[in-house]
Design a protein around this ligand. Structure first.
Ligand code: ADE
Length: 253
């Protein structure tokens, strides 16, 4: 999959794509990340990319032309037309479902704004979709673009060592992930749950599913509202709730 990022900080984006899972995926040719700087397409000695807000007010707005030209250069760099995604707090909220949908595309262009934002006319003419990574305001879309590349990039075939690990992610089945443990089995901070050491894979799967359901119920009940649980899941969740109640009562005394 190919990402073309239109950003005033191309080095930041390139650096972000150089580490960990994403860095390895780039090295192995599973991902390509290219950055395009609108300043390279700006006019005049100062290479201005922004101007004051029409109607008055604080801050600066990014100019249409440098962005339009950078987007055109990015589009022309590969044969198939890529959808243009603008990262902004006004966008649709990014979810794992959306990440999976985008991961199926051959390429996307990510457009990053700075300052107060970008001229609305560029958005109307050039942007296919606006995405927000959460209900908070960043100083620019560059960090959000890096988040999007990471979330999508790790889902590319072969990017994660174990093909199972993406399937078990939080949110991938609409639930949060279960807790994980490693050695030592016994530590001053507590014991690894005995079932995980039992070698009984059916019991381990059952326990993990119960923990996923229970954690989602405790921490993100809103996610459960969007799911219809089968009978087995309902029983597991009831079991979790009983055990949880027992545990909180123990702690009370
Ligand atoms: N740019 C500034 N804030 C943002 C956010 N929350 N998501 C995506 N892009 C942004």
């Amino acid at each position: 999959m190919r990402f073309d990022v239109v950003t005033l900080f191309p080095e930041f984006v390139r650096q972000c794509a150089g580490f960990g899972v994403i860095g390895r995926a780039v090295e192995r040719g599973l991902l390509q990340v290219e950055a395009w700087n609108p300043r390279d397409y700006a006019e005049g000695g100062y290479r201005r990319v922004d101007d004051s807000v029409c109607g008055g007010g604080p801050g600066m707005v990014m100019l249409i032309e440098p962005l339009r030209k950078a987007l055109a250069a990015a589009q022309q760099a590969a044969s198939d037309r890529a959808p243009v995604i603008y990262l902004s707090p006004q966008g649709q909220r990014l979810t794992q479902e959306k990440v999976k949908e985008l991961a199926g595309l051959p390429r996307v262009i990510l457009l990053c704004g700075r300052y107060e934002g970008i001229d609305e006319r560029l958005i109307e003419h050039e942007v296919d979709e606006e995405l927000s990574i959460g209900d908070y305001v960043l100083s620019g879309g560059d960090l959000a673009a890096a988040v999007v590349i990471d979330a999508i990039g790790r889902l590319q075939e072969g990017a994660l060592g174990d093909t199972q690990s993406a399937a078990q992610d939080s949110f991938s089945g609409g639930l949060l992930d279960c807790p994980h443990y490693t050695r030592p089995v016994s530590h001053a901070f507590g014991e690894v749950p005995a079932v995980l050491l039992s070698g009984d894979h059916a019991a381990i799967d059952r326990w993990r599913r119960m923990q996923s359901l229970g954690r989602t119920w405790l921490r993100r009940p809103d996610l459960l509202e969007n799911l219809t649980l089968g009978q087995d899941d309902q029983r597991l969740l009831e079991e979790f709730k009983r055990e949880h109640k027992g545990r909180t009562h123990e702690q009370d005394h």
